[in-house]
Design a protein around this ligand. Structure first.
Ligand code: F6P
Length: 368
């Protein structure tokens, strides 16, 4: 077995928050690297932090991870509702919130788990940071989200697959839009950032892309659509990020999920924009909300590679003692950064980036 700075005999893994294609690839890589190279046994916690608090586990051997590389979702299950520091407990028929982090810690200790890999988005990584800062429990974070909004890494896995799915949707909308001379509005995910909308919009040849980073005026959107009509292009494709908002206006909130550690659920801006376009231009307009299709399915090759590199690095970095950190892509390398630097600040689309410039120069409107 390879010699390491720290000795870890048993390692825990959990997946927290919304799923993203590539979670299984991280689990597979971490298990294979840990077992094959260092003789570490691996325990998976089921359903994210819920399994940690409730001590629901499964043994992860190389045999358990056979065939999971191309599978979407997570074999461990996940949830964005259970936070050990603010845990929902039923008391007298009512849900009350309690700090059950000591219970989670006791479970780790009784299982002999000496270090924990937490694969998650901002919410899960904040919990990882808390476990390290409050209890000095050796944790390492692995950033995942289709939204690509985590600071301190060039990219998260899951994003590339979501962009591919959204691009395919735009391709399909193009053919029907052209046939019917319609405006097609596609609402995509991304929470408070416009990464998915921007990348899929450019890759799919959209005419208008609306992102949270650039507040839009619907008149400008309509101007673009009418300009295309005058040029003889009788259809238009508008891609709207769920977090896009009009100048001086607010994002459209679909619902508040109180129990979730990411409580705001966005959604609905596509319909708002679609109605306004139809009313102003008189052109028949249809709206598609792509929704969770963006989270499902088999990860792209890029996401499988990034997830595999992250999973392998997470094990190696723990053995080097890089506790309380998050693995990160700093192209072309995989490195790690303190969790404190990675959480709480969002990675937004930079307004001066070359992709926005190229898009504008190609005639794409951002509604500004
Ligand atoms: O963060 C990933 C994400 O898919 C966002 O793009 C979206 O706003 C949110 O999660 C949806 O959450 P839920 O799965 O709880 O509906």
């Amino acid at each position: 077995m390879a010699k390491t700075k720290f000795v870890i005999k048993r390692l825990g893994i959990l997946t927290g928050g919304g799923d993203a294609p590539g979670l299984n690839a991280v689990i597979r890589a971490a298990v294979k690297v840990a077992v094959r190279n260092y003789g570490i046994s691996v325990v998976g916690f089921e359903d994210g932090f819920a399994g940690l608090v409730e001590n629901r586990t499964r043994k992860l051997t190389p045999r358990e991870v056979v065939g999971i590389l191309p599978r979407g979702g997570t074999i461990l299950g996940t949830t964005n509702r259970e936070n050990p520091f603010y845990y929902p407990v039923k008391e007298n028929g009512e849900i009350v919130y309690k700090d059950l982090s000591q219970q989670a810690l006791a479970n780790l200790n009784s299982l002999g788990v000496q270090a924990l890999i937490i694969i998650g988005g901002d919410g899960s990584l904040k919990i990882a940071k808390e476990m390290w800062e409050r209890y000095s429990f050796p944790v390492i974070g692995v950033p995942k989200t289709i939204d690509n909004d985590i600071a301190a890494t060039d990219q998260t896995f899951g994003f590339d697959t979501a962009v591919t799915t959204a691009t395919e949707a735009i391709d399909k909308l193009h053919t029907t839009a052209e046939a019917h001379h319609r405006v097609m509005v596609l609402e995509v995910m991304g929470r408070y950032t416009g990464w998915i909308a921007l990348h899929a919009g450019v890759a799919g040849g959209a005419d208008v892309i609306l992102i949270p980073e650039i507040p839009f005026a619907v008149d400008k959107v309509c101007e673009k659509i009418l300009e295309r009509q005058r040029e003889g292009k009788k259809f238009s494709i508008v891609v709207v990020a769920e977090g896009a908002k009009p100048v001086g206006g607010e994002m459209v909130v679909k619902k508040i999920v109180k129990e979730s550690f990411e409580s705001v659920r966005l959604g609905g801006i596509g319909n708002v924009v679609g109605e306004q376009i139809e009313r102003t231009t008189g052109i028949e307009t249809r709206v598609t909300v792509l929704g969770h299709l963006q989270r499902g399915g088999s990860p792209s090759s890029f996401d499988r590679l990034l997830a595999t590199r992250f999973g392998a690095a997470a094990v190696n970095f723990l053995l080097e003692g890089r506790f309380g950190e998050m693995v990160s892509l700093r192209t072309p390398d995989i490195t790690s950064v303190p969790l404190a630097e990675a959480v709480g600040s969002m990675r937004r689309v930079p307004l001066g980036c070359d992709l926005i410039r190229a898009a504008r120069q190609m005639g794409i409107s951002f509604g500004d």
